[in-house]
Design a protein around this ligand. Sequence first.
Ligand SMILES: Cc1cc2nc3c(=O)[nH]c(=O)nc-3n(C[C@H](O)[C@H](O)[C@H](O)COP(=O)(O)OP(=O)(O)OC[C@H]3O[C@@H](n4cnc5c(N)ncnc54)[C@H](O)[C@@H]3O)c2cc1C
Length: 346
Amino acid sequence: MARIVIAGAGAIGASIAYQLALHGADDVVLADSEHVAAGATGKAMGGVRQQFSTAAEVRLARESIGFFEELGRPLFEQVGYMFLATTEDGLAALEQRVELQRALGVPVQSVDAGLVEGVDVDDVLGAVACWEDGVADPAGVTRELVERAEALGVDVREGVDARDVVRDVLVIAAGARSAELWPELPVRPLCRQLVEVGPVVGIPDDLPMVLEAETGFHFRRAGRSLRLAMNEPTPRWTDREEVDEALVEDWRERIGRRYPAAAGARVARAWAGLYDMTPDAHPIIGWLGDGVYAACGFSGHGFMQSPAVGKAVAEELLDGASSFDLAPYRLERFDDGGVFPEEVVL
Ligand SMILES: Cc1cc2nc3c(=O)[nH]c(=O)nc-3n(C[C@H](O)[C@H](O)[C@H](O)COP(=O)(O)OP(=O)(O)OC[C@H]3O[C@@H](n4cnc5c(N)ncnc54)[C@H](O)[C@@H]3O)c2cc1C
């Protein structure tokens, strides 16, 4: 059997390696130039949601949720994802998305946000939630997949550039650095940051991920702290991973308003990582040329889609086709000018 070398042991590369081994591949190398989960995977928020604005994204997330459910606690906490709308327009947009999501089988529902302990909802006009969604530990999940893959015979090499490994097929799963391996890939690094404030007294174990639909500000529980994120007013198109302190202060004020028990809480930690953005915020999955395959460009939401991606890619590499329709994710879509922008990039 041909040797398949995967470049990148983040959530995507690890999932592909594990699925290849499960599907019977016996010569797979998972190489990371640094270490397992060194890239975006180790920096991520850990949100697992099925609430997107396009069918292409909803389907990948929907296909992945069962894997997270099987993993369960402590790697995945199925606490739900709740979007709050504070304007009529925001509410209308949420309701429109719910129609699409429900048509694709996602159990999203209107909820009374006031029932979620600790969240200030004075300005909230309406809310929707999907209780199948939740929060996870991306590095922990990835290490678990790598261990499973290794147990099935995958050769895991840390500190090794995949380009230096002899192979028949190279799978590019190198996140924001993917274009270093294939310069025609339209994948650009975007710097994003996360902040943890705490300790905060009394955060319920089942606090859902809470999102403000209009601003994109969102937060989850992370132990005794709250982990915060938000769309940034000016996108930072750079591969420098830097924390913007002005944003940290802004977010601290926001969390104090939305979750009053966190008012004045100190910043426990702040860090930055890179989204691997494509022009339409959808991933690139498929053959690039002879012996080179891409699974990259996940645009800030690849962790939650990694189970479905791993399985589909393994099937395509080993059987020539996947039971999951990969047509919307091919690189060629950009040749035709075909774009279908995903709006819920958080
Ligand atoms: C701040 C932040 C928050 C996020 N929040 C979420 C979220 O809530 N939910 C979600 O689903 N996603 C989230 N994401 C996105 C998510 O982290 C990624 O989409 C996901 O982890 C998949 O990553 P990956 O495996 O494609 O890439 P990465 O995790 O970046 O892994 C790529 C790996 O490739 C390695 N590499 C690079 N070049 C080579 C080479 N030549 N040879 C060998 N190895 C190489 C790197 O060392 C790295 O380990 C977030 C990302 C960031 C930065």
